[in-house]
Design a protein around this ligand. Structure first.
Ligand SMILES: [Zn+2]
Ligand SMILES: [Zn+2]
Ligand SMILES: [Zn+2]
Length: 201
């Protein structure tokens, strides 16, 4: 396994996780060994969000900028095949994105593959990796992003709470400035309503 040293703590870390660290029934991040194959996306999603928001339970692990939603590794790729996403992860499986993309008490993580709708980009990324993608590939995205797409990328406070993010670490997921003020994703969803309706101003 490749090792890296955390620059801040000096601890020796896994430089990356790969799907080879996990078997079909074991999580490659925690020691859970009874993972149902179709629970993997939800289970790993919770690890990834906790790591991204600085919860301290994964301090000895370094995830990459674009951790795979099935295994947490850095070497799995998402792509589009026609209208469907595919993954090179050996632990990938098909799931209904419309269901998996909804955070519930039973399945709190909404981390699903999403096609980037900015500037004809069409790259596919896991939802939780989009802030990184937007920063790296779409400078000034705050000015051009469509409210409906912001809604699609939303990770609500409720979802963060369900995943056990502490009060002081929960935060608005993406912040889009509007005429001198800041509005958050939840503000935008209040303003625009469901995608099929247009609210008069
Ligand atoms: Zn785990
Ligand atoms: Zn993977
Ligand atoms: Zn993009």
């Amino acid at each position: 396994m490749e090792q890296a040293v955390d620059r801040q703590t000096g601890k020796r870390c896994r430089g990356f996780l790969s799907s080879s660290l996990a078997s079909a029934h074991a999580c490659g991040i925690c020691s859970l060994r009874q993972l149902k194959p179709d629970e993997r996306q939800n289970h790993l999603g919770q690890h990834i969000l906790r790591w991204l928001l600085g919860m301290g339970d994964l301090l000895n692990i370094h995830l990459s900028d674009y951790p795979c939603g099935f295994c947490g590794g850095s070497d799995c790729q998402l792509a589009m095949k026609g209208q469907k996403w595919t993954s090179t992860c050996s632990l990938s499986y098909n799931f209904r994105a419309s269901t998996a993309g909804q955070s519930t008490d039973k399945r709190p993580s909404s981390n699903i593959p999403i096609i980037c709708k900015l500037d004809g980009c069409r790259e596919v990324h896991w939802k939780y990796n989009f802030p990184k993608h937007l920063e790296k590939r779409h400078a000034g995205w705050q000015d051009t992003i469509m409210p409906s797409f912001v809604n699609e990328l939303q990770v609500s406070d409720e979802e963060q709470r369900r995943i056990g993010i502490r009060d002081d670490l929960r935060r608005p997921w993406l912040v889009v400035p509007v005429t001198g003020s800041k509005r958050t994703l939840s503000d935008i969803s209040n303003i625009t309503g469901p995608p099929t309706t247009k609210r008069k101003t």
